[in-house]
Design a protein around this ligand. Sequence first.
Ligand code: ZN
Ligand code: ZN
Length: 240
Amino acid sequence: MNYPQRIKNWLLDLVFPVRCVNCGKFGEYLCSGCLNQVPVRENFECIGCKQPAPLGQTCRFCQPENPADNLFVVSDYKSGLVQKIIKTFKFRFVAELSNPLSRLAEKYIRRLQKRKGFNIFGGNPLLMPVPMHQRRENWRGFNQSALLAKSLADKFQMEYAAGALVKIKNKTPQTDIKERTERLANQKGAFFCAEPEKVSGRAVLLIDDVCTTGATLNECAKVLKENGVKNVMVLVIARG
Ligand SMILES: [Zn+2]
Ligand SMILES: [Zn+2]
């Protein structure tokens, strides 16, 4: 960090001291005590029909319309605490919250290995965020999915491929669209694979903070598969 940045942060800390979003304790955006209260999910569902599915595998009925192969949901959006963290992270520009969220994802991934015997990194997947349009990222200052994906790649020493998928159309944010069909149409043709040689023949672990219908994730998965990706797993913090 350079000198002016340090002064800026020092001033910010003075005016807006870092406090836990849940209990208000000073020093961290989410204290360890509150982080431990966040529920970690033990059950799995199909990305398409939301029915229970072993290891979140897309069921055969949903496969034709859902190119994503597996869905892993770290926590429960019904938990008020999870909603609070995600909303603060997303809308109040608190980039530092990627750290507690990735710690939560790390806990989930380790449990998956220990309790289900499933190593999510077994197929040596490339870690990728759901890309955000550059203009939107500039405005926000960061892409929350990218911070999460990067942090997980670092923790588990996996390859991080940030620029392989690019968002080409800046459309209405998905959260502003209520109808499922509109959401689906909104995402058509929104992504582009910029590094086909890098992804071809590989497995991908696509990371996002929240999944609703799964339309965005499926659109990314579709583009990746058109570019030779063999398997697309999806990991999200919560399903709204
Ligand atoms: Zn706390
Ligand atoms: Zn299904």
